[in-house]
Design a protein around this ligand. Structure first.
Ligand code: ADP
Ligand code: MG
Length: 577
């Protein structure tokens, strides 16, 4: 690889006519509108990243590949273009692979490009530097996986990767680039011609007119209809069509957590604060870009109540239909086209749902909101979750452009319910897996891709998975304010090990000062012990745009085991008390 690069440098005449693997990859990415790469340098991609930077791509250099990968994944969600993550071979590749699998599970378009060792050695298992058959490993974890062996195939390889990532149901794609490829030389003119600009990478998928009629007939017949908006609806960027459709239908809507803000949580039809009631009592449920997976109890069981229910589903993936329960009216297509077709077919005389239903939903919602209100205004020291989140709720209301990144157990469950979101794609969280560690990667990509400031609300445990990236935030001077809900541990900070000197497995160093981590890298660190201090610190951070980390001291006894999903823990019959 290095050899070829040197040859080019030493032969100035030849340089005009030659290109190489490094440049072909960069040119192919640029030709397809890629502007940013999330990466960790090392063999064999260090020079590639250097050259990418000098050729005008923005390269965000991380401290761990998993965080670069989570950044690329959420960049894909936010932009509808594949987020690009570049890593070194075997260990770097594996670190990035978690994020690639996460992107695939969440239907985010992403491309993981990893350098790899030489095929001849890897395939004979002769023990190369960082030897691994990465393509074989990646295949089961993503939507598609490709390897390019020849410089003249780079253009087509990148085109395939892009189209695979964004068309149909979006997902993660792996692209394997062996070290030797980067140094391969070819005629510059031929190289240029070999590149492919992907035309209409994610073609509209128009729903069948029959399916639209069937869906509207079911919806019309409903006495207690409900619309569930999922993050697929947020991804689709069909914000006006979705809003018009929901408003024209008059149907109460329930946003999944990353669909919050498609219509504001304060919208009169929002049933977010009446979730249990609408799931239980509704008779027709229209799912738009949401799946009936564990997050919705698979569409059955106690949560869904006794009443017979009919499900209508809009999704780009035909296989999603009937995945858990019968879908009586499947609408397959892209959400923009489907919702627009529904709107047109509704005509001008669509009747609102029965008023006793919409009134019942509204009054339940108002009752729950009123019940919560005093808790959010408490000024307790040490802070509890409600006092601290009440402050952040007001701040997001006053600064609705801010992107909220959120992870943790109690910190996640409570923030999701308490903090209202007002605009589309302003809430980014742990997604389908409920994964911990997405925080700093998502925070970085969110501000890089949108230019908006980020407020990252993190449990102390969740933060630990990506905490070193605060250095990255400081290095790139990003407007990110991290608030750590520090209750000294996982779920709670009060567990005790009764059988020895070691601390209990769920507790951390008591009174830890995460704010000092930020100061170590030149950012602003604040220790906040009361809601008033927290309010002041967050407002200051968002006004200044300076990288800030606020250690919010939360009562170690606050919080419950596994947040709201403690029921998923298996129980031992032999458990010692
Ligand atoms: P949530 O967790 O919010 O319920 P999911 O990730 O489970 O969201 O579901 C998102 C769904 O949206 C997936 O089934 C995916 O196929 C679908 N989807 C993603 N993008 C589009 C699109 N542009 N048009 C239609 N459906 C989409
Ligand atoms: Mg904690």
């Amino acid at each position: 690889m290095a050899d070829a690069a040197i040859k080019i440098a030493e032969a100035p005449q030849a340089e005009q006519n030659l290109t190489d693997g490094f440049h072909l990859v960069i040119d192919a990415l640029k030709l397809n509108g890629v502007k940013t790469i999330y990466a960790v340098p090392g063999i064999p991609i260090t020079d590639f990243l250097r050259m990418s930077q000098s050729e005008g791509l923005r390269v965000l250099s991380f401290r761990h590949e998993q965080n670069a990968g989570y950044a690329a994944a959420i960049a894909g969600f936010l932009t509808k273009k594949p987020g690009i993550c570049v890593t070194v071979s075997a260990p770097g590749f594996l670190n990035g692979l978690t994020a690639l699998a996460h992107a695939t599970t969440n239907c985010y378009p992403m491309i993981l490009i990893s350098g790899s060792s030489e095929r001849e050695v890897v395939d004979l298992q002769q023990g190369d530097y960082e030897e691994m058959d990465q393509l074989a490993v990646a295949k089961s974890m993503c939507k598609a996986a490709y390897r390019v062996l020849h410089a003249q195939d780079i253009g087509i390889g990148i085109a395939r990767a892009i189209r695979s990532a964004v068309s149909g149901r979006p997902g993660g794609v792996y692209l394997d680039l062996p070290a030797k490829l980067f140094g391969q030389v070819m005629d510059a003119e031929k190289g240029k011609k070999s590149l492919v600009k992907v035309i209409d990478a994610a073609p509209a998928q128009i729903p069948a007119p029959d399916s639209i009629k069937r869906a509207l007939d079911v919806l019309k017949s409903a006495k207690k209809p409900l619309i569930i908006l999922g993050k697929g609806a947020a991804y689709a960027q069909a914000d006006d069509a979705i809003r018009n459709f929901v408003e024209k239908s008059g149907v109460p809507f329930l946003p999944m957590s990353m669909a919050k803000g498609l219509l504001p949580d304060t919208h009169p039809q929002c049933a977010g604060a009446a979730r249990s009631t609408v799931l239980k009592d509704s008779d027709v449920v229209l799912m738009i870009g949401a799946r009936l997976n564990w997050l919705l109890s698979h569409g059955k069981g106690k949560q869904w109540g006794e009443a017979a229910k009919k499900f209508v589903q809009i999704d780009i993936e035909p296989k999603e239909m009937d995945s858990n329960v019968e879908i009586v009216a499947p609408v397959v297509g892209d959400i923009g086209s489907c919702v627009t077709a529904m709107l047109t077919a509704m005509g001008n005389s669509w009747a609102a749902p029965p008023a006793d239903w919409t009134k019942a939903v509204t009054s339940k919602r108002d009752e729950n909101v009123a019940k919560m209100a005093p808790k959010l205004m408490n000024n307790n020291v040490p802070m509890d979750y409600h006092g601290a989140l009440g402050v952040l709720r007001t701040i997001i209301k006053e600064r609705p452009e801010t992107i909220l990144v959120n992870e943790g157990a109690n910190t996640l469950d409570l923030a999701r319910g308490i903090i209202d979101i007002y605009k589309p794609r302003k809430r980014l969280d742990v997604g389908t897996w409920g994964i911990m560690g997405i925080g700093m990667g998502q925070a970085i990509a969110a501000t890089v891709e949108t230019g908006h400031p980020v407020l990252a609300v993190e449990g102390d445990s969740a933060f630990g998975f990506s905490g070193m990236e605060v250095e990255t935030i400081c290095r790139y001077k990003l407007p990110v304010c991290v608030v750590i809900f520090n209750n000294d541990g996982i779920y709670r900070g009060t567990d005790v090990n009764k059988n020895g000197d070691d601390p209990a497995t769920t507790v951390f160093v008591k009174g830890a000062r995460y704010d000092k981590m930020m100061e170590a890298f030149g950012g602003v660190g604040i220790n906040a012990t009361s809601p008033d201090e927290l309010r002041r610190a967050v407002n200051e951070a968002l006004d200044s745009g300076k990288p800030t980390l606020i250690n919010a001291v939360i009562d170690p006894a606050a919080g419950s085991e596994s947040g709201r999903i403690g029921n998923l823990n298996p129980q031992s019959a032999l458990k010692k008390k």
